[in-house]
Design a protein around this ligand. Structure first.
Ligand SMILES: *[C@@H]1O[C@H](CO)[C@@H](O)[C@H](O)[C@H]1NC(C)=O
Ligand SMILES: [Zn+2]
Length: 241
């Protein structure tokens, strides 16, 4: 009798949680709507074989789901599906090409270089995951309809890497860089600083860049023009390098 009561007390919150989960998944159907496709076009080349042996298509699809949710919930804080980039799939090709580790083309296509994978020294699965955080951010970020500076767009993609804990060795330290829009890890560190002043800064900036871009967005969000922010950022770390 006593046990029964305890059981019931335990059951009640559980069913409440289940009900809440059901309600949440019903009100956000888009959470599972994106499809992931991976094709190893270079399967017979050394890099393509290394992809199969050390990474594989199942792992790639799994990590794409994880990264997609991380970008929506943590980086861009787009809990309302109508805020999100409306792509319904992300397509990855492992393909033989030179000159870059990976490229994003079209809205939702990512080509990863099998030549890069072949030559990488170290934990290839980890490196590939880091790369996917960067490239998938490009699929989901807003860039002011192409008006945002390339350095900022690349900085946001590397900011995702940083927040995900996938910053590779050699990633810029806080305070490094010559310009706020230098790009990649330098701009990522600056965005991290802005996020420290205004929580959710990157998510808010991304949201503002949906249809257009203006350097004034930095001032709108922080009360300071970007050049002043950059000066204060550099001054904060001046004794550490
Ligand atoms: C990416 O790879 C696919 C598959 O091989 C190819 O059709 C496409 O042209 C490549 N895209 C670019 C931009 O190179
Ligand atoms: Zn990029």
């Amino acid at each position: 009798m006593h046990l029964q009561i305890i059981a019931r007390q335990i059951m009640a919150p559980k069913s409440l949680i289940l009900f809440t989960l059901l309600t949440l998944s019903l009100s956000f159907p888009a959470i599972t709507a994106v499809k992931y496709y991976v094709t190893n076009v270079a399967a017979n080349t050394p890099g393509g074989i290394r992809f199969t042996n050390e990474i594989g298509i199942p792992y790639t699809k799994q990590i794409m789901g994880t990264i997609n949710n991380f970008i929506w919930s943590i980086i861009f804080q787009e809990n309302n599906p109508s805020d999100r980039s409306p792509i319904d799939s992300v397509i990855v090709y492992i393909v033989e090409f030179d000159g870059a580790e990976a490229i994003r083309w079209g809205a939702n296509l990512i080509n990863v270089s099998s030549i890069y994978l072949k030559g990488y020294e170290g934990d290839l699965k980890w490196e590939f995951t880091s790369l996917m955080y960067h490239e998938m951010t490009h699929c989901f970020q807003w860039d002011g309809e192409g008006h945002a500076p390339v350095g900022l767009v690349e900085g946001v993609a590397d900011y995702t890497i940083l927040k995900a804990g996938y910053a590779p060795e050699g990633f810029a330290k806080p305070g490094q860089g010559e310009r706020w829009d230098q790009g990649y890890d330098f701009t990522a560190r600056f965005l991290e600083y802005c996020d420290g002043i205004i929580p959710g800064f990157v998510a808010k900036l991304n949201k503002k860049m949906r249809f257009d871009y203006d350097v004034k967005y930095f001032e709108d969000l922080t009360g300071k023009p970007v050049d002043q922010l950059w000066k204060e950022y550099k001054a904060k770390y001046v004794h550490e390098h």
